[in-house]
Design a protein around this ligand. Structure first.
Ligand code: AMP
Length: 507
């Protein structure tokens, strides 16, 4: 069934309710959203975009985003939302790779080279919706593609994970089953990019006839978010961990704003224990952690707040919780055999949220999907109760002197130091050890490498402690809030000490 049917039912029942709000101002009701999406679907067909045609959306969060998604799906086309912060050359790659039939963008000048560009602010976009039309979503088989999600491509060219209508239904239903009982009085705020998890997060809210709120800034501004929280009771939003940290540090976050907050669904990158504790102290039981990836989105597992109550095992605090409804999670060794409880191995996943494969890339599909199981590339362990803890991406594991060091463990240790604001750990080739641990640290004034070395010696095995420290004013991050290890590796390759403090070789 076409995922656009979500909107058909909500528009019928909640015709007059606000569907999309731009800041505090209603942009359209559910009735209007349906009519705009219907007209857009008709406009796409009239323009010759065929069923199954790919329509790329390259823009920041705007009120038109939701109608675009539903218009594209209603026409039987495939939405390809891409990160608004991509360079136009990178978008060119996506356009060519997916064979785009059309591009919607708020950056038309830069994309002028593509002859099927429609600028969202231009009369051409309005003209696409000129003719009113009935909302009759095209027939879609469950396995038909609905959304192509391009990976960030940190290890080569981005790959397009193809999400089917079935995938989007599964993730919508499991959100309603596992996470929260939304009502038409709920509000989804969208400070995080709609091209990523936040766009998927919008769907259960549409199902319930709740409002999707787009910040006027088009992104994440903690003060603006606090204003929106004050304005919308029963608010929820998806946040990357860095956003959660910035929100909890925001001085404007007061009791009124917090009282209006139902939940923050936090994921996309590791949430460190110290950060989670701080957020919980301030926000109480409102933080839900989710672990997913473009290939199995929104999400594979979740850690609900009740699993963080004081009577629960302490180790769950650093975990990503249990498998979502309809998802099976295993941890396996190199031979594909299930690991014993608490033993690390690769996380593999099956269920209706797992992608159909990569677009036009049978080799990558064959190596990621085997007999219905998705290899996530993440190393983790399951405890006896089925709670999953992630160690790191397998490619980020540091092997020093033959021992595996998970950067996350070292980062967690460093973050317990009160003067450490942020940190990230990577490996550097070393002639003696194979690799050695280097820590990038954002710290308060006065914190020294010697302090941190002593601090680590008190907490983790000697061989795991960083051999070098590099103090930096900020860590490089993607627009999705992920720390860019590739960028750290580049920084390390391009500049050498004296910026850096290095342990004497013998230790
Ligand atoms: P992406 O496909 O860009 O969303 O990236 C997915 C990857 O982000 C996963 O394979 C994990 O390595 C990481 N990730 C996502 N959510 C979490 C989480 N809650 N904790 C730790 N890592 C996460």
């Amino acid at each position: 069934m076409n995922i656009a049917e979500l909107l058909a039912q909500s528009a019928r029942t909640f015709d007059q309710r606000p569907a999309v709000s731009l800041g505090g101002a209603i942009f359209c009701t559910y009735g209007a959203l349906r009519d705009r999406a219907a007209a857009l679907a008709a406009g796409l067909r009239a323009r010759g975009v065929p069923k199954g045609g790919r329509v790329v959306i390259y823009m920041g969060n705007r009120a038109e985003y939701i109608e675009m998604l539903f218009g594209i799906w209603a026409a039987g086309c495939v939405a390809v939302p891409v990160n608004a912060k991509l360079h136009p050359n990178e978008v060119d790659y996506v356009l060519a790779n997916c064979g785009a039939a059309l591009l919607f963008t708020d950056n038309a000048e830069e994309m002028a080279g593509f002859d099927k560009t429609v600028a969202v602010e231009s009369p051409a976009y309005a003209a696409l919706m000129d003719e009113p039309a009935p909302f009759r979503p095209a027939q879609a088989a469950p396995e038909d593609p609905a959304w192509i999600f391009y990976t960030s491509g940190t290890t080569g060219r981005p790959k397009g994970a193809v999400l089917s209508h079935r995938n989007l239904w599964a993730m919508t239903l499991s959100f309603l089953a596992d996470i929260c009982p939304l009502t038409e009085g709920s509000a989804a705020l969208h400070p995080a990019p709609l091209s990523h998890a936040a766009g998927l997060f919008a769907l259960p809210f549409v199902r319930r006839g709740a409002v999707n709120v787009i910040p006027e800034s088009g992104g994440f501004d903690p003060d603006e978010l606090v204003q929106l929280l004050r304005r919308f009771p029963h608010s929820s939003f998806f946040a990357a961990p860095t956003m959660l940290n910035r929100l909890t540090a925001c001085s404007g976050l007061d009791d009124t704003a917090i009282a209006n907050l139902d939940l923050i669904f936090c994921g996309g990158a590791p949430i460190y224990v110290e950060d989670l504790r701080r957020a919980q102290d301030l926000l109480g039981s409102r933080i839900w952690i989710g672990y997913g990836q473009g290939e199995a989105p929104c999400t594979i597992s979740y850690l609900p707040p009740h699993m963080l109550e004081p009577d629960m095992p302490e180790s769950w605090l650093g975990s990503v919780g249990i498998a979502r409804s309809g998802v099976t999670v295993r941890v396996v060794d190199d031979t594909g055999t299930d690991c014993d409880p608490d033993m690390p191995g690769e996380v593999i996943v099956s269920g209706d949220v797992v992608m159909a494969g990569y677009w036009n890339n049978p080799e990558a599909t064959a190596s990621a999907l085997r007999e219905g199981w998705l290899s996530t590339g993440d190393i983790g362990s399951l405890d006896a109760q089925g709670v999953l803890t992630l160690k790191d991406r397998s490619k980020d594991v540091i092997i020093s002197g033959g021992s595996n060091i998970y950067p996350r463990e070292v980062e967690e240790a460093l973050l317990r130091h009160p003067g450490v604001i942020e940190t990230n750990v990577i490996g550097r080739t070393d002639p003696d050890w194979g690799e050695e641990v280097v820590a990038f640290v954002v710290a308060q004034d006065g914190v020294t490498a010697e302090d941190l070395d002593r601090f680590c010696l008190d907490q983790i095995a000697r061989f795991k402690r960083p051999k070098s420290y590099r103090f930096v004013p900020a860590l490089p991050k993607s627009s999705y809030g992920k720390i860019l290890k590739t960028e750290l590796r580049r920084m390390l390759a391009e500049s050498e000490p004296p910026l850096e403090w290095t342990l004497p070789k013998a230790t």
